[in-house]
Write a protein that binds this ligand. Structure first.
Ligand code: FA5
Length: 350
């Protein structure tokens, strides 16, 4: 809408003061009426330009004031100021009615294509971890934490892995330089958090710990030197292997679907007795398959004793599953290395 040219109010007009005041009254009434019917932001913007813009009607009237007879200036000035206040107030109130700030800027072209927004998302591993923690949370497990740089007590000794055990070999661990007689290493398993949780609190104890672990394994489709584990620990009076299997069964169903199954195969871990490998049966590319996901067992009495828990009174189960393996099976990812290459073409598929 073009600007309506205003009549210039000059010396001549001010010579007839009553008429000039009348003009102001009329203009103001007109402006307020127009503002009330401005239907949208564009109409209101046209109104603003016409009445209170830099070259609008109000400006014309103000300019005319300069050449008004001296004795009439105060009355005219006062009236024009009142008009300015009224028009600006009308503009502000109409602006909120027609939908805000856009009216103050140029009119919006609703047909213009939008700017593409680069959409980010959480890494598939982070989302898998959040899902896992939520599933165990529903079964009453609290989240426990431990450091990635560990001492030998938590990574080995308290877990019933004595000095000289092959699992302590430098070729199987990332040891740090010795400091003050203490040798630390990057933890090789989240079982360290079992010990920390039991040191911090007496049973009953029902916790899960998720985090990074490190092993000098050669990278291939299913192995990486840094990966994640989810550890579970439940210690109380009368905890049995049945509780362990039921817990893993519920997890399998929640994670892999209502037909998933759990199987345990006898195995050995120094910190559990008896020990088992955990397999879960899931549908992969239309075919049911057993997939090994981790280890589990009943907490060895020697481990309970190492943290001052009486094995005559309490029993417990523990399990440790590979998080990458879970994510890969859930999403049909055939190579673990994809998870760490950070290629957005891969990551944005999930
Ligand atoms: C353990 O680490 C035991 N701490 C598990 C455990 C916990 C047993 C509590 C008993 C009680 P294992 O070394 O098998 O177990 O590792 C567990 C899982 O971690 C494996 O089944 C696999 O899913 C995953 N994993 C092991 N090594 C790698 C690797 N290099 N890259 C990716 N995932 C791995």
């Amino acid at each position: 809408m073009g600007r309506v040219r205003s009549r210039r109010v000059g010396t001549e007009a001010f010579a007839r003061l009553p008429f000039v005041l009348q003009d102001i009254e009329q203009d103001e009434a007109q402006a307020l009426a127009d503002a009330r019917v401005a239907a949208d932001a564009a109409a209101l913007e046209a109104w603003r330009i016409r009445w209170i813009g830099a070259n609008g009607r109000l400006k014309d009237l103000m300019d005319g004031l300069k050449s008004a007879p001296k004795d009439q200036k105060p009355a005219l000035g006062k009236r024009l100021n009142a008009m300015k206040v009224a028009l600006e107030a009308a503009f502000e109130s109409r602006k909120s009615a027609v939908g805000g700030g856009a009216a103050a800027g140029p009119a919006i072209d609703l047909t213009e294509p939008g700017l593409p927004v680069g959409e980010g998302r959480r890494h598939i591993l982070s989302r898998t971890i959040a899902d896992i923690v939520q599933i165990f949370g529903r079964m009453g497990f609290e989240v426990a934490e431990g450091p990635e740089v560990e001492d030998e007590w938590h990574n080995f000794t308290a877990l019933n892995i004595p000095e000289g055990h092959p699992a302590r070999e430098p070729t199987d661990n990332f040891y740090m330089a010795e400091q003050g007689g203490v040798r630390r290493l990057l933890r090789t398993q989240t079982s360290t958090v079992q010990i920390r949780a039991m040191e911090a609190r007496k049973p009953p104890l029902k916790v899960v710990a998720v985090g990074r672990v490190y092993r000098p394994d050669t990278h291939d489709a299913t192995h990486y030197s840094m990966f994640h584990q989810i550890e579970g620990l439940y210690v109380d009076r009368g905890v049995t292997m049945v509780d362990l299997k039921t817990t893993l069964w519920h997890f399998a169903r929640a994670c892999f679907g209502p037909e998933a199954e759990v199987r345990m195969r006898p195995s050995f871990f120094p910190f559990t007795e008896p020990s088992a490998e955990v397999d879960m049966k899931m549908k992969i590319k239309g075919e049911w398959r057993w997939v090994e996901l981790g280890g589990c067992g009943m907490v060895d009495p020697a481990v309970l004793q190492s943290v001052g828990v009486d094995p005559e009174e309490f029993t417990g189960f523990a399990f440790g599953l590979g998080v990458e393996r879970i994510a890969m099976r859930r999403h049909g990812i055939s190579d673990i290395r994809w998870l760490f290459d950070n290629d957005v073409r891969f990551l944005r598929q999930f």
